[in-house]
Design a protein around this ligand. Structure first.
Ligand code: ZN
Ligand code: ZN
Length: 386
Protein backbone atom coordinates (compact mmCIF):
# COMPACT_ATOMS: atom_id res chain seq x y z
CA UNK A 1 0.00 0.00 0.00
CA UNK A 2 1.43 3.35 -1.03
CA UNK A 3 0.89 6.17 1.38
CA UNK A 4 -0.82 8.86 -0.73
CA UNK A 5 0.65 11.54 1.52
CA UNK A 6 4.18 10.38 0.73
CA UNK A 7 5.84 12.59 -1.88
CA UNK A 8 6.76 10.88 -5.13
CA UNK A 9 10.34 10.72 -6.39
CA UNK A 10 12.06 11.19 -3.07
CA UNK A 11 15.54 12.47 -3.85
CA UNK A 12 18.47 10.18 -3.07
CA UNK A 13 20.09 11.37 0.12
CA UNK A 14 23.72 12.04 0.80
CA UNK A 15 23.51 10.59 4.28
CA UNK A 16 22.98 14.01 5.76
CA UNK A 17 19.48 14.45 4.44
CA UNK A 18 20.54 16.15 1.21
CA UNK A 19 20.18 15.12 -2.41
CA UNK A 20 22.80 14.06 -4.94
CA UNK A 21 21.75 17.14 -6.87
CA UNK A 22 23.20 19.24 -4.04
CA UNK A 23 26.60 17.57 -4.25
CA UNK A 24 29.44 19.16 -6.20
CA UNK A 25 29.06 18.42 -9.93
CA UNK A 26 31.37 15.97 -11.69
CA UNK A 27 33.33 16.92 -14.79
CA UNK A 28 32.18 14.01 -16.96
CA UNK A 29 32.53 15.95 -20.20
CA UNK A 30 36.26 16.47 -19.66
CA UNK A 31 37.04 12.79 -19.33
CA UNK A 32 37.13 11.84 -23.02
CA UNK A 33 40.04 14.16 -23.76
CA UNK A 34 42.01 12.88 -20.78
CA UNK A 35 41.51 9.32 -21.97
CA UNK A 36 42.54 10.35 -25.51
CA UNK A 37 45.85 11.58 -24.11
CA UNK A 38 46.37 8.19 -22.46
CA UNK A 39 45.38 6.42 -25.67
CA UNK A 40 48.27 8.09 -27.44
CA UNK A 41 50.66 6.69 -24.82
CA UNK A 42 49.08 3.26 -25.25
CA UNK A 43 49.73 3.37 -29.00
CA UNK A 44 46.21 3.66 -30.35
CA UNK A 45 44.16 6.38 -32.05
CA UNK A 46 40.72 5.04 -31.14
CA UNK A 47 39.46 2.79 -28.35
CA UNK A 48 36.60 0.30 -28.24
CA UNK A 49 35.41 0.63 -24.65
CA UNK A 50 33.76 -2.61 -23.58
CA UNK A 51 34.21 -2.42 -19.82
CA UNK A 52 30.82 -1.08 -18.70
CA UNK A 53 32.29 0.83 -15.75
CA UNK A 54 34.57 2.62 -18.20
CA UNK A 55 31.59 3.31 -20.47
CA UNK A 56 29.81 4.87 -17.51
CA UNK A 57 32.87 6.92 -16.64
CA UNK A 58 33.10 8.35 -20.14
CA UNK A 59 29.47 9.23 -20.75
CA UNK A 60 27.32 8.58 -17.66
CA UNK A 61 25.42 5.62 -19.15
CA UNK A 62 24.59 3.03 -16.47
CA UNK A 63 22.88 0.31 -18.54
CA UNK A 64 23.90 -3.33 -18.34
CA UNK A 65 24.72 -3.67 -22.04
CA UNK A 66 26.52 -1.46 -24.52
CA UNK A 67 29.91 -0.23 -25.56
CA UNK A 68 31.53 3.02 -26.52
CA UNK A 69 33.79 4.10 -29.35
CA UNK A 70 36.24 6.83 -28.43
CA UNK A 71 37.79 8.17 -31.59
CA UNK A 72 40.04 11.16 -32.20
CA UNK A 73 37.04 13.43 -32.74
CA UNK A 74 33.97 11.64 -31.51
CA UNK A 75 32.50 9.65 -28.63
CA UNK A 76 29.82 7.14 -29.66
CA UNK A 77 27.64 5.09 -27.32
CA UNK A 78 26.09 1.97 -28.82
CA UNK A 79 23.40 0.19 -26.84
CA UNK A 80 20.12 -1.62 -27.42
CA UNK A 81 16.46 -0.66 -27.54
CA UNK A 82 15.91 -1.30 -23.81
CA UNK A 83 18.04 1.76 -23.20
CA UNK A 84 16.82 4.25 -25.80
CA UNK A 85 15.36 6.72 -23.31
CA UNK A 86 17.76 5.96 -20.48
CA UNK A 87 20.88 6.48 -22.58
CA UNK A 88 19.66 9.87 -23.78
CA UNK A 89 18.66 11.00 -20.30
CA UNK A 90 21.84 9.85 -18.60
CA UNK A 91 24.30 11.25 -21.12
CA UNK A 92 22.41 14.54 -21.23
CA UNK A 93 22.41 14.61 -17.43
CA UNK A 94 26.16 14.07 -17.45
CA UNK A 95 26.59 16.96 -19.89
CA UNK A 96 28.55 14.84 -22.34
CA UNK A 97 28.84 15.34 -26.09
CA UNK A 98 28.14 11.83 -27.34
CA UNK A 99 26.43 10.33 -30.38
CA UNK A 100 24.04 7.55 -29.38
CA UNK A 101 23.32 4.61 -31.66
CA UNK A 102 20.64 2.06 -30.82
CA UNK A 103 20.70 -1.44 -32.26
CA UNK A 104 19.65 -4.91 -31.22
CA UNK A 105 22.11 -6.41 -33.71
CA UNK A 106 25.85 -6.85 -33.45
CA UNK A 107 27.35 -3.34 -33.83
CA UNK A 108 29.72 -4.28 -36.64
CA UNK A 109 28.58 -1.74 -39.21
CA UNK A 110 28.27 1.06 -36.64
CA UNK A 111 31.77 0.46 -35.28
CA UNK A 112 33.37 0.06 -38.69
CA UNK A 113 31.77 3.31 -39.87
CA UNK A 114 32.74 5.21 -36.70
CA UNK A 115 36.35 4.03 -36.89
CA UNK A 116 36.84 4.65 -40.61
CA UNK A 117 40.30 6.05 -41.24
CA UNK A 118 41.65 5.17 -37.79
CA UNK A 119 44.81 3.11 -38.19
CA UNK A 120 45.38 1.76 -34.69
CA UNK A 121 42.32 0.58 -32.77
CA UNK A 122 42.70 -0.25 -29.09
CA UNK A 123 40.77 -3.01 -27.36
CA UNK A 124 40.52 -3.32 -23.59
CA UNK A 125 42.46 -6.53 -23.07
CA UNK A 126 41.04 -7.17 -19.61
CA UNK A 127 37.42 -7.15 -20.76
CA UNK A 128 37.56 -8.62 -24.28
CA UNK A 129 37.10 -12.38 -24.50
CA UNK A 130 39.07 -14.50 -26.92
CA UNK A 131 35.92 -14.93 -29.02
CA UNK A 132 35.33 -11.15 -29.08
CA UNK A 133 38.92 -10.47 -30.06
CA UNK A 134 38.60 -12.80 -33.05
CA UNK A 135 35.40 -11.07 -34.07
CA UNK A 136 36.94 -7.59 -33.81
CA UNK A 137 39.93 -8.78 -35.86
CA UNK A 138 37.47 -9.74 -38.54
CA UNK A 139 35.49 -6.47 -38.35
CA UNK A 140 38.51 -4.18 -38.28
CA UNK A 141 40.57 -5.99 -40.91
CA UNK A 142 41.84 -2.70 -42.34
CA UNK A 143 43.26 -1.50 -39.00
CA UNK A 144 45.91 -2.61 -36.55
CA UNK A 145 44.37 -3.93 -33.31
CA UNK A 146 46.22 -2.92 -30.14
CA UNK A 147 45.75 -4.72 -26.83
CA UNK A 148 45.55 -2.01 -24.18
CA UNK A 149 45.53 -2.37 -20.41
CA UNK A 150 44.17 0.18 -17.97
CA UNK A 151 43.84 3.18 -20.32
CA UNK A 152 40.54 4.40 -18.87
CA UNK A 153 41.23 2.89 -15.45
CA UNK A 154 44.40 4.94 -15.19
CA UNK A 155 42.42 8.14 -15.75
CA UNK A 156 39.83 7.05 -13.18
CA UNK A 157 42.42 6.98 -10.38
CA UNK A 158 42.38 10.72 -9.74
CA UNK A 159 38.94 11.81 -8.58
CA UNK A 160 37.47 15.27 -8.97
CA UNK A 161 35.58 17.14 -6.28
CA UNK A 162 32.22 15.77 -7.41
CA UNK A 163 33.42 12.17 -7.34
CA UNK A 164 34.88 12.63 -3.86
CA UNK A 165 31.64 14.23 -2.66
CA UNK A 166 29.74 11.11 -3.76
CA UNK A 167 32.19 8.81 -2.01
CA UNK A 168 31.99 10.95 1.13
CA UNK A 169 28.21 10.68 1.01
CA UNK A 170 28.48 6.90 0.65
CA UNK A 171 30.89 6.74 3.58
CA UNK A 172 28.59 8.87 5.74
CA UNK A 173 25.70 6.50 5.04
CA UNK A 174 27.90 3.52 5.95
CA UNK A 175 28.99 5.17 9.21
CA UNK A 176 25.40 5.89 10.21
CA UNK A 177 24.31 2.40 9.18
CA UNK A 178 26.94 0.63 11.26
CA UNK A 179 26.05 2.81 14.23
CA UNK A 180 22.42 1.83 13.83
CA UNK A 181 22.93 -1.90 13.33
CA UNK A 182 25.93 -2.78 15.53
CA UNK A 183 23.96 -2.90 18.82
CA UNK A 184 22.07 -5.97 17.53
CA UNK A 185 25.30 -7.98 17.89
CA UNK A 186 24.59 -8.05 21.63
CA UNK A 187 21.49 -10.15 20.94
CA UNK A 188 23.53 -13.03 19.49
CA UNK A 189 22.25 -12.89 15.89
CA UNK A 190 23.54 -14.94 12.98
CA UNK A 191 26.11 -13.35 10.73
CA UNK A 192 23.55 -13.39 7.93
CA UNK A 193 21.01 -11.50 10.02
CA UNK A 194 23.56 -8.77 10.72
CA UNK A 195 24.54 -8.53 7.05
CA UNK A 196 20.89 -8.31 6.02
CA UNK A 197 20.23 -5.55 8.54
CA UNK A 198 23.25 -3.62 7.25
CA UNK A 199 22.24 -3.99 3.60
CA UNK A 200 18.68 -2.94 4.37
CA UNK A 201 19.68 0.09 6.42
CA UNK A 202 22.15 1.25 3.75
CA UNK A 203 19.32 1.45 1.24
CA UNK A 204 16.88 3.01 3.68
CA UNK A 205 19.42 5.72 4.40
CA UNK A 206 19.64 6.63 0.73
CA UNK A 207 22.35 4.42 -0.75
CA UNK A 208 21.73 2.92 -4.20
CA UNK A 209 22.87 -0.36 -2.68
CA UNK A 210 25.75 -2.07 -0.95
CA UNK A 211 29.16 -1.38 -2.45
CA UNK A 212 29.98 -5.11 -2.44
CA UNK A 213 28.81 -8.28 -0.70
CA UNK A 214 28.79 -7.26 2.97
CA UNK A 215 31.11 -9.31 5.18
CA UNK A 216 30.18 -10.25 8.74
CA UNK A 217 32.62 -12.84 10.13
CA UNK A 218 32.67 -13.83 13.80
CA UNK A 219 34.94 -15.94 16.00
CA UNK A 220 37.01 -18.40 13.93
CA UNK A 221 35.23 -17.19 10.77
CA UNK A 222 37.03 -13.86 11.23
CA UNK A 223 40.26 -15.69 10.41
CA UNK A 224 38.98 -16.03 6.81
CA UNK A 225 39.52 -12.59 5.22
CA UNK A 226 36.64 -12.78 2.73
CA UNK A 227 34.24 -15.14 4.50
CA UNK A 228 30.62 -14.87 3.40
CA UNK A 229 28.14 -14.29 6.24
CA UNK A 230 26.93 -17.64 7.58
CA UNK A 231 24.27 -19.01 9.92
CA UNK A 232 26.81 -18.94 12.74
CA UNK A 233 25.62 -17.18 15.90
CA UNK A 234 27.76 -14.26 17.09
CA UNK A 235 28.96 -15.07 20.59
CA UNK A 236 30.18 -12.99 23.54
CA UNK A 237 33.85 -12.07 23.62
CA UNK A 238 34.39 -12.90 19.93
CA UNK A 239 36.02 -10.61 17.41
CA UNK A 240 33.53 -9.79 14.63
CA UNK A 241 34.82 -8.36 11.35
CA UNK A 242 32.26 -6.16 9.58
CA UNK A 243 33.36 -5.03 6.11
CA UNK A 244 30.77 -2.88 4.36
CA UNK A 245 30.19 0.03 2.02
CA UNK A 246 27.53 2.05 0.25
CA UNK A 247 27.01 3.21 -3.33
CA UNK A 248 25.90 6.77 -4.11
CA UNK A 249 25.48 7.73 -7.77
CA UNK A 250 27.82 4.90 -8.76
CA UNK A 251 30.60 5.78 -6.32
CA UNK A 252 31.53 3.46 -3.45
CA UNK A 253 32.84 3.54 0.08
CA UNK A 254 34.70 0.74 1.84
CA UNK A 255 35.07 0.36 5.61
CA UNK A 256 35.97 -2.47 7.96
CA UNK A 257 35.58 -2.40 11.70
CA UNK A 258 36.34 -5.22 14.12
CA UNK A 259 33.84 -5.32 16.97
CA UNK A 260 33.26 -7.46 20.05
CA UNK A 261 30.43 -8.01 22.50
CA UNK A 262 32.27 -7.86 25.80
CA UNK A 263 36.02 -8.16 26.29
CA UNK A 264 37.77 -10.78 24.13
CA UNK A 265 40.53 -13.03 25.46
CA UNK A 266 44.00 -11.39 25.75
CA UNK A 267 45.33 -12.90 22.51
CA UNK A 268 42.38 -11.60 20.49
CA UNK A 269 42.70 -8.20 22.17
CA UNK A 270 46.38 -8.11 21.22
CA UNK A 271 45.55 -9.01 17.61
CA UNK A 272 43.06 -6.17 17.45
CA UNK A 273 45.34 -3.61 19.09
CA UNK A 274 48.17 -4.48 16.70
CA UNK A 275 45.94 -4.20 13.62
CA UNK A 276 44.45 -0.91 14.74
CA UNK A 277 47.90 0.54 15.37
CA UNK A 278 49.19 -0.75 12.03
CA UNK A 279 46.24 0.83 10.26
CA UNK A 280 46.84 4.18 11.95
CA UNK A 281 50.51 4.09 10.91
CA UNK A 282 49.50 3.24 7.34
CA UNK A 283 47.06 6.15 7.12
CA UNK A 284 49.76 8.47 8.44
CA UNK A 285 51.86 7.60 5.38
CA UNK A 286 49.15 8.75 2.97
CA UNK A 287 50.50 11.90 1.31
CA UNK A 288 50.87 13.26 -2.20
CA UNK A 289 54.25 12.30 -3.64
CA UNK A 290 54.78 9.39 -1.25
CA UNK A 291 55.56 5.95 -2.68
CA UNK A 292 52.45 3.79 -2.35
CA UNK A 293 54.64 0.92 -1.16
CA UNK A 294 55.45 2.99 1.94
CA UNK A 295 51.84 2.76 3.09
CA UNK A 296 52.02 -1.02 2.83
CA UNK A 297 55.40 -1.09 4.57
CA UNK A 298 54.20 0.97 7.53
CA UNK A 299 51.35 -1.48 8.18
CA UNK A 300 53.44 -4.57 7.54
CA UNK A 301 56.36 -3.49 9.73
CA UNK A 302 54.06 -2.91 12.68
CA UNK A 303 52.45 -6.32 12.30
CA UNK A 304 55.84 -7.97 11.77
CA UNK A 305 57.04 -6.41 15.02
CA UNK A 306 54.42 -8.36 16.92
CA UNK A 307 55.36 -11.60 15.18
CA UNK A 308 52.38 -11.88 12.86
CA UNK A 309 54.04 -11.27 9.49
CA UNK A 310 52.66 -14.52 8.08
CA UNK A 311 49.16 -13.75 9.37
CA UNK A 312 48.79 -10.60 7.21
CA UNK A 313 47.83 -12.48 4.09
CA UNK A 314 46.72 -9.73 1.70
CA UNK A 315 47.78 -6.37 0.31
CA UNK A 316 47.25 -3.25 2.40
CA UNK A 317 44.60 -1.67 0.21
CA UNK A 318 43.26 -0.60 -3.15
CA UNK A 319 41.78 2.31 -5.00
CA UNK A 320 38.02 2.85 -4.69
CA UNK A 321 35.64 4.68 -7.00
CA UNK A 322 33.10 3.42 -9.51
CA UNK A 323 34.52 -0.04 -8.75
CA UNK A 324 35.11 -1.30 -5.24
CA UNK A 325 38.57 -2.51 -6.21
CA UNK A 326 40.44 -0.39 -8.74
CA UNK A 327 43.80 1.24 -9.33
CA UNK A 328 46.01 2.11 -7.58
CA UNK A 329 46.83 -1.09 -5.68
CA UNK A 330 48.36 -0.53 -2.25
CA UNK A 331 50.90 -3.32 -1.88
CA UNK A 332 54.56 -3.97 -1.29
CA UNK A 333 55.31 -4.26 -5.02
CA UNK A 334 53.60 -0.97 -5.98
CA UNK A 335 55.88 1.33 -7.95
CA UNK A 336 53.58 4.38 -8.23
CA UNK A 337 53.40 7.39 -5.95
CA UNK A 338 50.26 8.84 -4.41
CA UNK A 339 48.67 11.85 -6.09
CA UNK A 340 46.16 14.43 -4.89
CA UNK A 341 42.74 13.01 -5.73
CA UNK A 342 43.65 9.36 -5.28
CA UNK A 343 41.16 7.57 -3.05
CA UNK A 344 42.54 4.40 -1.47
CA UNK A 345 41.81 2.04 1.36
CA UNK A 346 44.21 1.20 4.17
CA UNK A 347 43.16 -2.16 5.57
CA UNK A 348 45.74 -4.33 7.30
CA UNK A 349 44.56 -7.51 9.00
CA UNK A 350 45.83 -10.38 11.11
CA UNK A 351 44.20 -13.79 10.75
CA UNK A 352 44.90 -16.70 13.12
CA UNK A 353 43.32 -19.81 11.58
CA UNK A 354 40.80 -21.53 13.81
CA UNK A 355 40.98 -18.78 16.41
CA UNK A 356 40.20 -15.22 15.39
CA UNK A 357 41.00 -12.36 13.07
CA UNK A 358 40.90 -8.58 12.92
CA UNK A 359 40.91 -6.01 10.14
CA UNK A 360 40.49 -2.24 10.24
CA UNK A 361 39.86 -0.30 7.05
CA UNK A 362 39.24 3.28 6.06
CA UNK A 363 38.62 4.88 2.69
CA UNK A 364 41.10 7.76 2.51
CA UNK A 365 41.45 10.68 0.09
CA UNK A 366 44.91 12.04 -0.74
CA UNK A 367 44.67 15.82 -0.30
CA UNK A 368 47.34 18.54 -0.60
CA UNK A 369 47.48 18.65 3.20
CA UNK A 370 47.54 14.93 3.93
CA UNK A 371 45.12 12.05 4.39
CA UNK A 372 41.39 12.70 4.62
CA UNK A 373 39.55 9.58 5.88
CA UNK A 374 35.99 9.47 4.56
CA UNK A 375 34.97 6.66 6.91
CA UNK A 376 34.85 7.94 10.47
CA UNK A 377 33.29 5.26 12.71
CA UNK A 378 35.51 5.01 15.82
CA UNK A 379 38.00 2.12 15.78
CA UNK A 380 36.97 0.54 19.05
CA UNK A 381 35.93 -3.01 19.81
CA UNK A 382 33.01 -1.69 21.81
CA UNK A 383 29.84 -1.46 19.77
CA UNK A 384 29.16 1.94 18.23
CA UNK A 385 25.69 3.20 18.92
CA UNK A 386 23.56 4.99 16.39
ZN1 ZN B 1 36.39 -3.50 2.74
ZN1 ZN C 1 38.73 -2.83 0.78
Amino acid sequence: MIDPARPRDLPPTDGAGGSVATLAPMDVAGRADRVRASMAEAGCDGLVVTNLTNVRYLCGFTGSAGLAWLGPEELVLITDRRYTDQSEAETAGAGVDVRIEITNELPKDLLVAASAGVGRIGLEAASVSWADQRRYADWFEAAELVATVGVVEGCRQVKDEGEIARMAAAAAIADATLGEVAPMLADGPTEKEVALALDSALRRRGADGSAFATIVASGPNAALPHKRPSARLVGPGELVIVDMGAVVDGYRSDMTRTLAVGEPDPEARRVFDTVRDAQRLGVEQVAAGRAIAEVDKACRDRIDADGWADAFVHGTGHGVGLDIHEQPWVRATATETLEVGHVITVEPGVYLPGLCGARVEDTVVVTPTGPRPLTTTPKELELPCG
